[in-house]
Design a protein around this ligand. Structure first.
Ligand code: PHE
Length: 400
């Protein structure tokens, strides 16, 4: 049985975090950290005694740039900690980061390059499920382990036994919001607006629709858009005619912010709901007042008073100057899971690393405790957050 636990930590957190500044705007990536895909070949691969080289593929520019930048910050912090504590097998760990410009094709070529030219031991990435889906078969074919920090579409880890993630999957996340909508918000009728170009959005739509109906609710209609669209008015007009109590938009922050604004302009006042893809400070810039009062499912809340979360937040703030979002937390967790597996492994070959990542059990991540199940997914609770005064407020925790 799954249950919604209304936790007391929101109230506690207000006392400790109430007067904090909001998350700083994401900075563009520093050019020195990010290698272009074109250009000079990477330096010769390190020998067995040099630095241990791992790879990272992220959306550092393009439509979902905030995802890649936060993730990269989290990974950088984890490597800094690990190297300060002596590294892995007496060697320092270095990461080569490629920017995929928020495009699956670029994510695929970056992955090939990391493996064939840079000879990385493992690959961290991506955030957006469609990008991870383009990378996974390449890692699998080359027997190089890949850990996605935050891709939630189930098919990502189904690509093979070298593909892992440190987060929950969408069948759970979709259930969480359907249950919250049905049982807490008491909605009977909702509509959905999905991105047909995103594996994530299509997957979550399917789960939410099914679960909401199983719980006795009704999905009155599903409208579609495609990544890159900027005018959502005709879909929103169609949705308005249905008079839904709630509108589920399982998209990414960049589209959702604009959708919210256009919805309100058209007089569609219904409560909006979404998933982890909303998670960025940019959402509040783009959505402004239009996004207020909405609900999302997500991986972690910075209001969690546990010392582990609060220590991570203060380290992150010290280095990057803002409150870390769930991308940063999961980037940090993914890198730490990789580092621990490299420490335990008898050697750094792909098969040896794969075996050790698969054995990850009760690892204390910032965004929840990580144990790999037989499908190489982490099974963890989700949080429900509400947009209040231009930030996410903790509302509830839902256990799997
Ligand atoms: N879960 C999203 C996907 O699979 C990515 C994401 C994770 C976005 C966490 C924001 C926060 O596409």
């Amino acid at each position: 049985m799954r249950s919604i636990l209304l936790s007391a930590f929101a109230a506690l957190a207000v006392a400790t975090l109430g007067c904090e500044k909001k998350t700083a705007p994401v900075e563009p990536p520093k050019p020195a950290d990010v290698k272009p895909l074109e250009g000079k070949p990477a330096p010769a691969p390190a020998a067995d005694t040099g630095d241990i080289i791992i790879g990272e593929v992220g959306s550092l520019t393009g439509s979902e740039a905030a995802f890649g930048i936060s993730t990269r910050n989290g990974i950088e912090l984890a490597l800094e900690d690990a190297n300060a504590a002596g590294g892995v097998k007496g060697r320092k760990v270095k990461v080569i980061v490629y920017d995929d410009q928020s495009k699956p094709e670029e994510a695929a070529s970056a992955t090939t390059r990391l493996i064939t030219q840079d000879k990385v031991k493992l690959v961290l990435g991506e955030v957006a499920s469609s990008n991870s889906l383009a990378m996974a078969p390449i890692c699998q074919d080359n027997k190089i382990p890949m850990i996605s920090p935050s891709s939630t579409n189930p098919s990502v880890t189904e690509k093979g036994d070298y593909i892992f993630r440190v987060c929950f999957i969408d069948p759970f996340q979709g259930f969480v919001m359907a249950k919250y909508a049905r049982e807490e918000l008491k909605f009977k009728n909702v509509a959905i607006l999905k991105d047909v170009k995103s594996a994530y959005s299509v997957g979550l739509t399917e789960v939410f629709e099914r679960k909401f109906a199983e719980m006795g609710g009704k999905v009155l209609g599903i409208e579609s858009y495609a990544k890159g669209d900027t005018d959502f008015r005709s879909q929103l007009t169609a949705i308005k005619k249905l008079k839904p109590e709630g509108l589920y938009v399982p998209g990414y922050y960049n589209d959702v912010g604009i959708i919210a604004r256009q919805a309100r302009e058209l007089g569609l006042k219904t409560v909006m709901m979404g998933g982890d893809g909303w998670d960025s400070e940019k959402l509040f810039e783009l959505g402004g007042k239009a996004i207020e009062g909405s609900f999302v499912s997500n991986h972690y809340s910075p209001e969690d008073p546990s010392p582990q979360v609060q220590n991570f937040i203060s380290k992150y703030k010290g280095k990057f100057g803002g409150v870390p979002d769930s991308l940063a937390a999961l980037g940090y967790d993914a890198a730490n899971v990789a580092i621990e597996a490299m420490k335990r492994a008898p050697d750094l070959s792909g098969p040896a690393l794969r075996d050790e990542i698969a054995k990850t059990k009760d690892f204390p991540g910032v965004a929840g405790t990580i144990s790999m199940n037989e499908k190489r997914d982490a099974v963890k609770p989700a949080v429900v957050l509400q947009v209040v005064d231009g930030k996410f407020k903790y509302v509830a925790t839902v256990k799997p």
